[in-house]
Design a binder for this molecule. Structure first.
Ligand code: CU
Length: 194
């Protein structure tokens, strides 16, 4: 499954789910505006709570079934067991990303890299994007914490960094063009060159 397929599936699933929840609110509005004498309805408390229970089960179910489809969640779940090949310590301050090396920073295909992003003031986002503006991954950068993300690149190209979290009007300009460059050596990826 590609990320485009995943996005489509998620859009459909969550649209249906959102409408189910809206119908729940609709039920409440219907009940509250009705005159007490006309209270005979098939929508009894029993039906109401059964529907609520089903919604909760579906909601939890969607998360359990899809967590593996979101590209960075699998890494998130096993990252404590993985030793990265390279670590990039990135600082964010005054609406600016401070990268540890001169850009573009070159990464090899297959290398496990850890992005550790620390904010000195606001909550930001750390997102990595392809030149066609599709997203590779993103995470929230909360001040006072080590915000870590593990990644292994399998695609060659140049990637830019953009904050994915609202941090005031200046946040929209938090873009580092060509921040990372991924180089895939065909021999290495075929297991010959090492
Ligand atoms: Cu969620």
């Amino acid at each position: 499954m590609t990320s485009t397929d995943v996005l489509w599936a998620l859009k459909i699933v969550y649209t249906i789910y959102a409408f189910s929840i809206i119908s729940f609110v609709g039920w409440f509005a219907y009940r509250i505006t009705k005159k007490p004498e006309s209270y005979k309805t098939w929508l009894t408390p029993k039906v109401f709570y059964t529907y609520l229970a089903i919604l909760v089960m579906i909601g939890v179910g969607i998360h359990i079934l899809t967590y593996n489809k979101i590209p960075w969640v699998a890494w998130e779940l096993k990252k404590h067991k993985i030793k990265p090949d390279r670590v990039f310590n990135i600082t964010v301050e005054n609406h600016q990303f401070i990268l540890p090396e001169e850009t573009p920073i070159t990464i090899k295909c297959g290398e496990v890299v850890k992005f550790n992003v620390v904010s000195r003031d606001l909550t930001y986002g750390f997102g990595l994007f392809r030149p066609d503006n599709t997203m590779v991954f993103q995470m929230q950068v909360v001040p006072g914490h080590n915000n870590e993300l593990l990644w292994q690149f399998h695609e060659e190209g140049s990637f830019y960094v953009l904050s994915t979290e609202y941090s005031g009007p200046k946040g929209a300009r938090m873009r580092v063009p060509d921040a990372f460059k991924v180089v895939c050596n065909k021999n290495v990826s075929m297991g010959v060159g090492r």
